[in-house]
Design a protein around this ligand. Structure first.
Ligand SMILES: [Zn+2]
Ligand SMILES: [Zn+2]
Ligand SMILES: [Zn+2]
Ligand SMILES: [Zn+2]
Ligand SMILES: [Zn+2]
Ligand SMILES: [Zn+2]
Ligand SMILES: [Zn+2]
Length: 489
């Protein structure tokens, strides 16, 4: 029959024998042949356990009994009386040789639950425990740990704080505890740069790297004093507005900040060739700025004559432009509607100034026809002087005169409109057909002072004011040429 150790300990309570502490004495001392004082009848095995926890007490009581066999000491008095040991054993272990029976019982190893399959007589348990791979023993490195034998190799290799080991980076030797302390501070361990430049650096060289090589270390631009990471500084240097540059014209101004170079070249640089300010007038001088003042001083007369020539060229251009503009705006319809504004002012001027003639814009009788111009004496002329308004027509030298028939023979009608009257109604009209013998209608020479032909007494001042010819100080005179009414005389 195999009884579990737990059962035995419950019944017999042999803690020191069954515990791994194999230093304590076992119960076999009880079987000593020395007769002890007789124990009390009601003595239990628990007393045995008690005496076991302090075995010296038991053995001393045994020896004292053996030596003197006299009256019991006060201490031994409690343990036993005068009962002989055989009798006591009879009480504790009923049956024949009970100790032998117990020691011969089959038990499991105390590490049965951890997986030890050992099972044998109880007396062999101690021997087994000395070899059981699940039983804990002192670490041979004296780290203080109690380690089951089965895990000892692992402990010695990896976890023992007293094991000898090497740092994989610096190859220094450490105890296990020392290596743990060393980890994270080994100077030979490559670690990523803290500034995130992407490099792996030996920890011991990190501060040197960060101050000397790291692409992300901050560096100050020597010119503008702003800070940049080392890898972007060259880019900045190529643009830094405070970086000194030599003048591209090689003047002797010395280094100039990039931001100020443009202004230097524009306003200050003495080497840059500048043009004379009379360049537009034709002066071809070009030279360093410092020579310009001298040039201006010495060339005043030349500059003046250049300016005169320029002004005359411009005058001609203005004339050409004027004639181009007037050509564009000239009337080729054969009918001129002449609007005369500021009538009263012009009238008073005419009264004060003898012979003041108002002239109309020139117009053509057709696109390639005769060029005509009307004129008006507000205060009259000839027989109408001071009483009438006189109107005339003049033939001007035109572009196509060479191709036209001469003398001019189209009928001309002058109409002075009444304003506000129903359309086409009202007004004063006079017409004539030129007499081919009249000087005025021969082909005009280029002399501008051709005389006109018309009506000195076109409308009396009296009539002019009695009907609405003048409104808003404005008068409308129509001059109409009718080529169909050619009258041969
Ligand atoms: Zn075992
Ligand atoms: Zn250890
Ligand atoms: Zn190391
Ligand atoms: Zn770095
Ligand atoms: Zn800078
Ligand atoms: Zn310069
Ligand atoms: Zn000049």
């Amino acid at each position: 029959m195999v009884r579990s150790l737990a059962q035995w300990t419950k019944t017999l309570s042999f803690p020191s024998r069954l515990s791994p502490n194999r230093n304590s004495k076992d119960c076999s001392t009880l079987a000593s042949p020395v007769p002890p004082p007789t124990p009390p009848r009601n003595k239990t095995h628990n007393n045995c356990a008690t005496s076991r926890s302090s075995s010296s007490t038991v053995s001393s009581s045994h020896s004292s009994s053996a030596n003197s066999n006299s009256s019991p000491t006060p201490g031994s008095n409690n343990n036993n009386n005068n009962m002989p040991i055989t009798e006591l054993e009879q009480i504790i272990y009923p049956g024949p040789d009970p100790k032998q029976a117990i020691m011969g019982s089959l038990v499991f190893c105390i590490h049965h639950k951890q997986g030890c399959k050992w099972s044998d007589e109880l007396r062999k348990l101690k021997g087994h425990l000395n070899a059981c791979k699940h039983d804990a023993t002192q670490c041979p490195n004296k780290c203080g740990a109690q380690i089951p034998r089965v895990m000892m190799t692992d402990h010695l290799q990896y976890t023992c704080t007293m094991r000898r080991t090497r740092c994989e980076f610096c190859q220094s030797e450490f105890s296990g505890a020392g290596l743990e302390e060393h980890n994270g501070s080994c100077g030979q361990e490559p670690v990523y740069c803290e500034a995130k430049c992407g490099q792996r650096i030996l920890r011991g060289r990190m501060s040197l790297h960060k101050s000397k090589d790291c692409a992300k270390r901050l560096r100050r631009c020597a010119h503008c004093q702003r800070e940049f990471s080392a890898d972007t500084l060259p880019l900045h240097a190529a643009q830094c507005p405070r970086a000194p540059l030599a003048c591209p014209q090689r003047c002797d101004a010395g280094p100039i900040a990039r931001a100020e170079l443009e202004a230097h070249l524009r306003d200050e640089c003495t080497s840059l060739a500048v043009s004379c300010s009379f360049k537009e007038a034709g002066c071809r001088f070009k030279g360093p700025r410092q020579m310009l003042d001298a040039h201006l001083e010495s060339s005043a007369a030349a500059h003046l004559s250049l300016m005169v020539a320029l002004s005359s060229r411009q005058g001609q251009q203005i004339q050409m432009l004027k004639s181009a503009v007037s050509k564009l705006s000239i009337n080729y319809t054969g009918t001129l509607l002449w609007k005369i504004t500021d009538w009263s002012a012009k009238m008073s001027e005419a009264r004060g100034k003898d012979g003041l003639e108002l002239i109309s814009p020139p117009f053509y009788t057709s696109q390639y026809g005769y060029k005509l111009q009307a004129s008006m004496f507000l205060n009259g002329n000839g027989p109408g002087e001071n009483t009438h308004v006189s109107v005339y027509i003049k033939v001007l030298p035109g572009e196509y005169d060479a191709l036209l028939k001469w003398p001019f023979s189209h009928s001309i009608t002058f109409t002075l409109f009444e304003q506000g009257a129903q359309s086409g109604q009202g007004g004063v009209a006079e017409s004539f057909v030129p007499d081919p013998t009249w000087e005025n209608f021969q082909r005009p020479s280029n002399e501008p002072d051709q005389l006109g032909f018309g009506f000195p007494r076109f409308i009396s001042h009296e009539l002019l004011h009695s009907r609405p010819f003048i409104k808003a100080d404005t008068v409308f005179l129509r001059v109409k040429v009718d080529p169909s009414k050619i009258v041969a005389v």
